[in-house]
Design a protein around this ligand. Sequence first.
Ligand code: GLP
Length: 245
Amino acid sequence: MKFLVCKDYAAMSEWAAQVVKEIVNNKPTAVLGLATGSTPVGMYNRLVEMNKAGEIDFSKVTTFNLDEYYPIDPANDQSYRYFMYQNLHGHINILPENVHVPCGNCEDPDAEGKKYDRMIEEAGGLDFQFLGSGVNGHIGFNEPDAELVAGTHKTALTENTIEVNSRFFEKIEDVPRFAITMGMAPILKAKKIIILINGENKVPILDALASGKITTQIPATMLQMHNDVTVVTDEATAAKMHESF
Ligand code: GLP
């Protein structure tokens, strides 16, 4: 696991966008694993700019998003499908058929999970996975627990996640209580992973990663077992850490 401290959030976003640009320029048919939340927005903005400037071409790229609320209509403006359209997919030259987000209104979430994993395999696996981290260390919606699940699956959100994510909703009761998330296996099988973690409330997660320990109670620590992970933060956050990289 490598650690990178950038000046600020803009520099983190720029660095991540350059990584994506390099991957896609080297392999125009790249398969990218993408995330939602506030963390990737800066990177997505840069990718849109780069695409408009002709610096990156998404015409042969395929994307798989980590997760989606359940149940939710994909057209709902709180869905992750909608979020991705607003922040990235609607502004770049990607083919709609190459965009994948778990189906939030499917009838059978177990079958949907299996189908999603199969589609990732059939696409050749993920060349790259972008991750953010929950304040509790979740990745995708793999929440802290005594056991984690390998395949893509339906999961209950923790009270902590529901509370944290309620900032995007009018009231906390509107936050879905379930999600379909990529499991740990497709994430850990990605060839390259970067995880952006900044903000004072996520210092404990960075400390956990710097400690080198692994626990299912902080799912992000499972990334220790991957051989190409870069943890990216900013100077202000790094300054608040108790552990050192
Ligand atoms: C969300 C998503 C995660 C994301 C995380 C952090 O709920 N399921 O994929 O990384 O929470 O969100 P943020 O970047 O807004 O802190």
